[in-house]
Design a protein around this ligand. Structure first.
Ligand code: DGL
Length: 271
């Protein structure tokens, strides 16, 4: 059946952006989605800025050719490195990026101590420095490089001993005064249950995905029509990596949402 729906392209280095996809799907239930997991290049966090920009351009070009009406860069690392390039390359096309929620964390902190958990690349990016200069001047900001976490999540490890050990090592240097923890990488919301167990009571964990979804919704009226009719499945999930493990991860991370919904899982060759 041919239907006309807004088509949203979403990408990340891997399955982390599915935490954003979930929020988008909730906020825009009538949209169709093409999700690209660039697992052949995951993790992005330790790659050079130039390489991340190159991947972001290649994937965005693919999504535009696949008739996406809007692209959500569901990756803090890629947003920090490449959003300016994407917007200047396609000035009339709507891109929504994601950045660590420093502003709400600083606003809501009682102690004046906030922590941002993100990849090395995000924390070193000029975009992050500018964010901190604008919104984090009145607080003490503790930067935590989430070493090893993306790799664990990409293996489907969300709460086992390896995850707990790694989180313990990363979080134990934080002073007990920290009362806001910003999830500055889209993979980390999948660790939220275990983080809630491990962090002291009274610590707020901030995931910016709902705010990104609201921003995408705001931009819809600006999309130049007419929308391209679609005959394919309304939800497509593509990976540049191996298909069987991607299928398993989709089940693990989106299982309930996918049950009974038409969707396709495909391999994408994108060099
Ligand atoms: N999900 C990512 C982010 O938001 C990328 C992590 C990585 O590939 O290192 O930063």
């Amino acid at each position: 059946m041919t239907e006309t729906r807004v088509r949203i392209g979403v990408f990340d280095s891997g399955v982390g952006g599915l935490s954003v996809w979930k929020a988008l799907q909730k906020t825009l239930p009538a949209a169709s989605f093409i999700y690209v997991a660039d697992q052949a290049y995951c993790p992005y966090g330790n790659r050079s800025q130039a390489e991340i920009v190159r991947r972001a351009v290649t994937i965005s070009d693919f999504l535009r050719r696949a008739a996406a009406d809007l692209i959500v860069v569901a990756c803090n690392t890629a947003s920090a490195a490449a959003l300016d390039t994407l917007r200047s390359r396609w000035p009339n096309f709507p891109f929504v990026g994601i950045e660590p929620a420093v502003k709400p964390a600083a606003l809501h902190s009682h102690s004046g101590h906030i922590a941002v958990l993100a990849t090395r690349s995000t924390l070193q990016a000029p975009r992050f420095h500018s964010l901190v200069n604008r919104f984090g001047r009145n607080v003490t900001l503790h930067r935590v490089v989430g070493e090893g976490l993306v790799e664990l999540i990409e293996r489907g490890e969300l709460n086992g001993p390896a995850v707990r050990r790694q989180l313990q090592a990363l979080l134990s240097p934080l002073p007990p005064t920290v009362d806001q923890v910003v999830l500055g990488c889209t993979h980390y919301p999948f660790l939220q249950p275990v983080l809630e167990e491990m962090l002291p009571d009274g610590v707020t964990i901030i995931d910016p995905a709902p705010a990104v979804a609201r921003r995408a919704k705001q931009l819809l009226p600006e999309i130049p029509g007419p929308l391209t009719p679609t005959t394919t499945s309304p939800w497509r999930f593509l990976t540049t990596g191996p298909l069987p493990s991607f299928r398993d991860l989709l089940q693990l991370l989106l299982g309930d949402t996918l049950a009974g919904q038409a969707h396709s899982v495909e391999r994408l060759n994108l060099e």
